[in-house]
Design a protein around this ligand. Structure first.
Ligand code: NI
Ligand code: MN
Length: 225
């Protein structure tokens, strides 16, 4: 059984009962944060890119908890410049790593990365009996079809906020390209510039794809079925 807890914006926790995997822990300064950086517990921290609304509190949380940061080398470099001596695992696009909870593959994200020489990423996360695709910040790109062909995506976590990432229509198309069974929209309503009608996204996506869309509010936990 895998639980998903949404902490707001693009920050969430996957918990298989033994390992806690935290993604993009932007909590300090996040108006929608459902937990304080000082209180969150985790064993691994996946960071998609170095923009402040994603790298966030990663270094401080890793230092406090001893969690391992998984990211591209340039993003790990930013974390290490904030706190020396962190546990980390560097990887890059197309690469996989077997971690104690399951395999993680780093995927392309079409977005800027916030650190020189870097590239924005997403992750395909195998945890428990589930395969979760976290798109990171990205535009729609047609190679999402390849991501859905390589792995059966149980849950796709897709940004829908527009302006910085895909908006509603492109994120609905992304769900179709990925052939995802379920979609959880993220990266919206944090600030006025990315306010969206999430119910419209749910309707549009469920009308045009096979996916069920789950609207999870900050602070809520759901079991991934
Ligand atoms: Ni970004
Ligand atoms: Mn962002």
């Amino acid at each position: 059984m895998v639980k998903y807890t949404y902490y707001g914006h693009a920050c969430f926790l996957l918990d298989d009962g033994k390992y806690k995997v935290l993604c993009d822990p932007f909590l300090t300064g996040n108006p929608k944060a459902a937990i304080r950086a000082e209180d969150v517990e985790c064993d691994y921290i996946l960071v998609s890119h170095a923009h402040g609304d994603h790298i966030g509190d990663a270094a401080a949380i890793a230092k406090r908890t001893g969690a391992m940061i998984v990211a591209i080398p340039e993003v790990i470099g930013v974390c290490e410049s904030q706190c020396a001596g962190l546990k980390s695992h560097a990887m890059n696009l197309g690469g996989s790593v077997a971690l104690p909870f399951g395999k993680v593959r780093m995927t392309l994200a079409l977005h800027s990365t916030g650190v020189a020489g870097g590239i924005a990423a997403g992750f395909v996360i195998h945890i428990g009996d589930k395969c979760v695709y976290f798109a990171g910040d990205t535009s729609l790109f047609s190679d999402m079809k390849l991501i859905g062909r390589k792995d059966r995506i149980d849950y796709a976590l897709l940004p829908i906020g527009d302006n910085f990432t895909m908006g509603l229509e492109d994120a609905a198309l992304a769900a179709q390209y990925l052939n995802a069974s379920n979609v959880i929209p993220i990266h919206y309503d944090t600030w006025p510039v990315i306010e969206q009608d999430v119910n419209r996204y749910k309707q549009l996506t469920e009308e045009t794809t096979r996916a069920s869309v789950h609207i999870v509010k900050p602070g809520e936990t759901i079991e991934l079925a």
